[in-house]
Design a protein around this ligand. Structure first.
Ligand code: G
Ligand code: G
Ligand code: MN
Ligand code: NA
Length: 249
């Protein structure tokens, strides 16, 4: 059975599920948003990691259907999230989905309430070829009130010139750099450089993969305002999120 057939079957049989992981204000630990993360419980093979199926889906031109599934689920479950402009809903999107403004058409087709559309943050991974992304699509997203984050920042091979053309709102510090904090690895120097780069360009920072109080303290003291990681919460089913949020007040 081919892999594209598996994904199409998985979509048709609703084997995919959207999970979410909270993002927290580094100072008061209030939840400022979530990142949506796709999960696949394949009854023929068990749980398949997104690290496996996302790259394969990209190769087979099936990433857009998967992202549309995430958009469907997000619209259907908007009541799981606080309806405040300040509460961000992060969605991972492949750079290929930006070609010809396809992502804009897909977003419009999903009829997000105007309040909710302004809560969206599209996460573009730096593993993709970001210089190929058309700045006009980003401009149109900004026009709709949608923010852009560069995900896995620091892991890409690309030049930094796209920071000027794409005008991102957020840089997400990759978890490998968070893990290097407090070590003498070269990566811990890169962490400091990413932080000052974002501060000088006026771009917000989110640190991913925060697992220890020491990492959290370092990031907070260096002006990283939003933290995400197992220290606070693992990705959870959307349905579990309201109770998790309630349990924190
Ligand atoms: O959630 P987890 O750490 O297992 O995800 C592994 C990788 O899969 C991460 O790089 C993450 O960005 C990616 N990923 C998870 N969900 C989605 C999704 O809905 N769309 C895309 N494009 N990537 C996703
Ligand atoms: O590439 P992207 O940032 O979209 O993927 C985020 C991935 O990181 C998710 O799959 C999530 O499961 C994983 N993740 C989230 N928090 C932590 C953490 O604290 N430690 C580790 N190792 N992984 C994490
Ligand atoms: Mn992400
Ligand atoms: Na990342």
């Amino acid at each position: 059975m081919s892999f594209s057939w598996e994904i199409n079957l998985g979509l048709a049989s609703r084997e995919f599920e959207v999970f979410c992981q909270p993002l927290l204000n580094a100072r008061n630990l209030q939840c400022t948003g979530v990142e949506l993360l796709l999960r696949w419980n394949n009854p023929r093979q068990g749980w398949i990691s997104p690290e496996v199926f996302i790259p394969l889906a990209e190769q087979q031109n099936l990433i857009a259907p998967l992202t549309r599934f995430v958009l469907d689920e997000t619209v259907r479950h908007l009541d799981m999230f606080p309806q405040s402009r300040d509460f961000h809903i992060g969605i991972n999107v492949a750079a290929s989905h930006f070609h010809n403004g396809e992502i804009i058409d897909d977003l419009k087709r999903h009829w997000f309430p105007s309040q909710a559309i302004q809560q969206l943050v599209l996460e573009l991974t730096e593993r993709d070829a970001l210089p190929d992304v058309d700045y006009r699509v980003v401009r149109d997203l900004h026009g709709l009130g949608i923010a852009l984050a560069i995900d896995d920042f620091g892991t890409g091979q690309s030049s930094l010139t796209y920071l000027e053309t794409l005008n991102p709102d957020v840089l997400k510090i990759d978890k490998s750099f968070t893990a290097a904090i407090g070590t003498d690895a070269v990566n811990s120097t890169v962490t400091d450089i990413i932080i000052s780069l974002a501060q000088r360009l006026g771009i917000s920072l989110v640190a991913e993969g925060v697992e220890t109080p020491q990492q959290a303290e370092y990031l907070r003291n260096h002006g990283v305002n939003v933290l995400q990681g197992y220290l606070y919460a693992r990705p959870m089913p959307l349905k579990a999120f309201p109770l998790w949020l309630e349990g924190r007040d």
